[in-house]
Design a protein around this ligand. Structure first.
Ligand code: KIV
Ligand code: NA
Length: 262
């Protein structure tokens, strides 16, 4: 099927078809999620936690995001591929934001960037969009601000959330992630703005949903957030497979005759 473009993605709002987005950080997983038929693949800075093992999203660098976005860009032929701008790559002025987002589009085969912010990032969103760089905004819980927020908490200020969502829309964002906000607030924002809302912990009233792939697959160690649904238990599958391999090696059952050369 045809490649999903930024305007094609945006036009799904109001089409009656819900949008599915999931993260991927490397070639094999990106191939699999693209084959499953999602509309968008996000190279999220959640990579800092689920791939690199840090306890928040602050450490991952722009070079590391680009390195992984290249792998995902090579794998995906159908879905729209969006790359998170890491902290603080869009907080250093408009010129630097364009330079950094420009590197993502030049050096990977990805089509858009995402950044955390609403009204406070309107000027930056506008500058990027003016440079021809499609921007997905991200409001509600903003994990890059974890120290300021004092933890990962549900964001409940309805007026501020609507103000941020409108500001991102007016600045030219083509879509908006809403993270960890009450279901009813997300439903109202979705009704009031013209761009698709993609929820995570924001209830069913959004135009689409996003989850971290490692959470979907049951690969995440420790506790997963309340808003996650695990669709597989790959930790068990993988550990069992490797344990069976180890047992076969120890027991002399692997390699067998058919695995060798005469
Ligand atoms: O980094 C990420 O994976 C994200 C999604 C959870 C929206 O920003
Ligand atoms: Na992110």
């Amino acid at each position: 099927s045809e490649r999903i473009t930024v305007p094609g993605f945006a036009s799904l709002k109001g089409s009656g078809q819900k949008i599915t987005m999931v993260t991927a950080y490397d070639y094999p997983f990106a191939q699999l999620v693209d084959a499953a038929g999602v509309e968008a693949v996000l190279v999220g800075d959640s990579m800092s936690m689920v791939v690199q093992g840090h306890d928040n999203t602050l450490p991952v660098t722009l070079d590391e995001m680009i390195y992984h976005a290249e792998m995902v860009g090579r794998a995906v032929n159908h879905a729209l591929v969006i790359v998170d701008m890491p902290f603080p790559s869009y907080h250093l002025g408009k010129h630097k934001a364009i330079e950094n987002a420009g590197r993502i589009l030049k050096e990977t085969r990805c089509q858009a960037v995402k950044l955390e912010g609403g009204a406070d990032q309107a000027d930056t969103i506008h500058a990027l969009v003016s440079a021809g760089i499609p921007v997905m905004a991200h409001c509600g819980l903003r994990p890059q601000s974890v120290h300021q927020l004092g933890g990962y908490r549900v964001q409940r200020d309805a007026a501020a959330l609507l103000h941020d969502s409108r500001a991102a829309t007016e600045a030219g964002a083509f879509s908006l992630v809403l993270e960890c906000i009450p279901t009813e607030i997300a439903r109202q924002i979705t009704e009031k703005i013209s761009i698709p809302t993609i929820g995570i912990g924001a209830g069913p009233g959004c135009d689409g949903q996003v989850l971290v792939l490692h959470d979907v697959l049951g690969l995440t160690s420790g506790r997963v957030p309340k808003f996650v649904k695990e669709y597989a238990d790959l930790r068990t599958t993988i550990t069992d497979a490797v344990r069976n391999y180890r047992d076969d090696v120890r027991g002399g059952e692997f390699p067998a005759k058919e695995h060798g050369f005469e």
